[in-house]
Write a protein that binds this ligand. Structure first.
Ligand SMILES: [Zn+2]
Length: 71
């Protein structure tokens, strides 16, 4: 199996990403200041750090395989 290429980018470059994979919302959140968002595919509530890129669609780990395609 060919491993996908992992590319490291700046915060500004990350704003151009299509999706951001997030963990499901938990009570309490994994870190106390994590923020809530909605998965853009299934609508489940997810969590992310406050400083993540604002533009990319939030996607839960369960939906990620359906929107991330190998290049
Ligand atoms: Zn989802």
């Amino acid at each position: 199996m060919k491993r996908p290429k992992i590319e490291f980018v700046t915060t500004e470059e990350a704003e151009t990403a299509d999706v951001m994979v997030c963990l499901p919302w938990t009570i309490p959140p994994i870190l106390p200041d994590n923020q809530r968002a909605k998965c853009g595919v299934c609508g489940n509530i997810v969590q992310h750090r406050p400083n993540v890129p604002k533009r990319p669609m939030r996607v839960c780990v369960d939906c990620a395989p359906s929107v991330i395609r190998p290049q």
